[in-house]
Ligand binder design. Structure first.
Ligand code: FPP
Length: 224
């Protein structure tokens, strides 16, 4: 059975779900948040140590203002209401990406990270304003500025995911088979599962099924 320490998820399909059932993309994001809570609970049950969620990419800034504002309001509400509970559950919150939001949200994110920084049960990495190409280029720039030797180990020290082991499993919901500029370096050897269901329809049972399948895969890492 393969060990499973880190699951990364591209939570795709909120917009389509919202349009299909509620005639509003934003309602899809609201429903998507319920799935986030279900998946966090199951991740704890499975004793998985790291969960990385792609919540907002650098490319998502191209969306209509109303949708962007809705997403950040949703995040603000969620954190204000739930950070205490996450902390009690011994969950650590870590933001991956460049924190360039409103002063209020930046403060809330910093406060949430600080409050939960010593927690050890599960680390949730929330990818916000995250883009993998930017991350890798930025790491190279820092590496060369500091005159460090260019090698894999040194480069990873400058990635936004430093100190986080690479995900062994990537799940993308929403029936699209692409990586969308997500953890391109870190996913080099991940097992990838593309799920047809839209994110708001995805649940614990689907998650458990994927985990079971992943655990049985013969992972070769280039060997035979
Ligand atoms: C992709 O679906 C989803 C997002 C860009 C946002 C993800 C946000 C959530 C799951 C809810 C908020 C989460 C937190 C942690 C507060 P899409 O809108 O691209 O879907 P589409 O492909 O159907 O348009």
């Amino acid at each position: 059975m393969n060990p499973l320490n880190h699951v990364a998820i591209i939570m795709d399909g909120n917009g389509r779900w919202g349009l299909k059932y509620k005639n509003s993309r934003n309602e899809g994001h609201k429903a998507g948040l319920n799935t986030v809570e279900k998946i966090i609970k199951e991740t704890i049950r499975q004793k998985i140590k790291y969960l990385t969620l792609y919540a907002f990419s650098t490319e998502n800034w191209n969306r209509p203002k109303n949708e962007i504002n809705f997403l950040f309001d949703l995040l603000e509400n969620f954190l204000s209401k739930k950070i205490e509970e996450l902390n009690k559950q011994n969950i650590k919150l870590n933001i991956v990406g460049v924190k360039k939001f409103s002063t209020k949200l930046n403060k809330l994110l910093n406060h949430s990270e600080k409050k939960t920084s010593k927690n050890t049960r599960l680390q949730i990495n929330l990818a916000l304003n995250y883009g993998s190409k930017f991350e890798i280029l930025d790491a190279f720039k820092k590496l060369s500025k500091n005159g460090d030797k260019i090698n894999e180990k040194n480069l990873t020290r400058y990635l936004q995911t430093k100190n986080i082991p690479d995900p062994e499993l990537l799940i993308r919901t929403g029936d699209k088979k692409r990586l969308s500029n997500f953890l391109l370096w870190q996913l080099a050897y991940a097992e990838i599962f593309f799920e047809k269901k839209l994110w708001p329809d995805f649940d614990e049972k689907d998650y458990i099924k994927i985990i079971k399948k992943y655990k049985k895969i013969k992972r070769n890492f280039g060997n035979i």
